[in-house]
Ligand binder design. Structure first.
Ligand SMILES: Nc1ncnc2c1ncn2[C@@H]1O[C@H](COP(=O)(O)OP(=O)(O)OP(=O)(O)O)[C@@H](O)[C@H]1O
Ligand SMILES: [Mg+2]
Length: 262
């Protein structure tokens, strides 16, 4: 069975989608079978991979959660071999409300994934910037969290709330949930603030913090408008180098993770 990772931080704009897309792309390039599931009504991960939102007939994460369409029927290929997407859609904004009255409302995603038997190595869930029902569904379905933290003021304040939710989820809907790793994003090493935040994050999360730090890099912010991951848009950029390095760390950690489980 593959590893299900939820990329989560309820703070907006911290690099969840950029990390989901580019990590997924580099893992796929390295031969892993990767599925990126876009759980955000903004659907940035989908458009960032060149998925055309206007193609109404394509099934998406809404179909998966609400219409009970099988994951297999919701997947679309991308320009990257080995990388498939379950696209996001603005309809997911309504899904929060539609899920609310349901029995097992936190487990809809988990249940939807149960019937999926195709082999894969990673299923990466790009979460919306909230701790609402959609994110809870990701926390229930995932084995582990990947938390991007932007090196800026108040970074750790939001993280405290996220950790409270994590502990509640562990005590209730998903006792198995672990923290896979924490990655610093949009890092500008020239500022004292960024370095201070890095120190704080490393002392709070210890070994869980990835060695790789993602720098602020304009190429990373340009790539989505071309519908391309950084591996395609500008493989030589600092941003690409950083996500390639992160993918290596993720592979290594996955191996350790599996050894621990077995
Ligand atoms: N390392 C980086 N360097 C420069 N720009 C970046 C970097 N990472 C992300 N960005 C830009 O910052 C903005 C926010 O990033 P992103 O969309 O990945 O965050 P998010 O956490 O997914 O946001 P949301 O909470 O809205 O889903 C985007 O415009 C993105 O292109
Ligand atoms: Mg996002």
């Amino acid at each position: 069975m593959g590893l299900i990772l939820a990329v989560v931080n309820q703070k907006g704009g911290v690099g969840k989608t950029t990390t989901s897309v580019n990590l997924a792309a580099f893992l796929a390039i390295r031969g892993k079978r990767v599925i990126l599931l876009d759980l955000d009504p903004q659907a940035n991960a989908s458009s960032g991979l060149g998925i055309d939102k206007k193609k109404e007939d394509n099934k998406n994460t809404y179909s998966l959660l609400i219409d009970k369409t099988s994951l297999k029927d919701c997947l679309q290929p991308t320009s990257v071999r080995n990388l498939q997407v379950c696209a996001g859609t603005i309809d997911l904004a309504g899904a929060e409300i539609e899920l609310a009255p349901l029995d097992q409302r936190e487990h809809c995603l988990k249940n939807a994934l149960k019937g999926f038997t195709d082999p894969y190595d990673y299923l990466i869930i790009d979460c919306p910037p909230s701790l609402g029902l959609l994110t809870l569904n990701a926390l229930s379905a995932a084995q582990a969290l990947l938390i991007p933290i932007q090196a800026e003021y108040y970074a750790l304040e939001g993280v405290t709330q996220l950790m409270e939710t994590y502990h509640t989820v562990k005590q209730t809907i998903n006792p198995e949930l672990e923290i896979f790793g924490v990655v610093l994003t949009m890092f500008d090493g020239r500022t004292q603030l960024a370095n201070q935040v890095e120190q704080d994050v490393r002392s709070y999360f210890g070994e869980k913090t990835f060695k790789t730090v993602i720098p602020r890099n304009v190429r990373l912010s340009e790539a989505p408008s071309y519908g391309q991951p950084i591996s395609v848009y500008d493989r030589r950029s600092k941003g690409a180098e950083a996500y390639l390095k992160l993918s290596r760390e993720v592979l290594k950690r996955t191996k350790q993770w599996k050894e621990q489980l077995s």
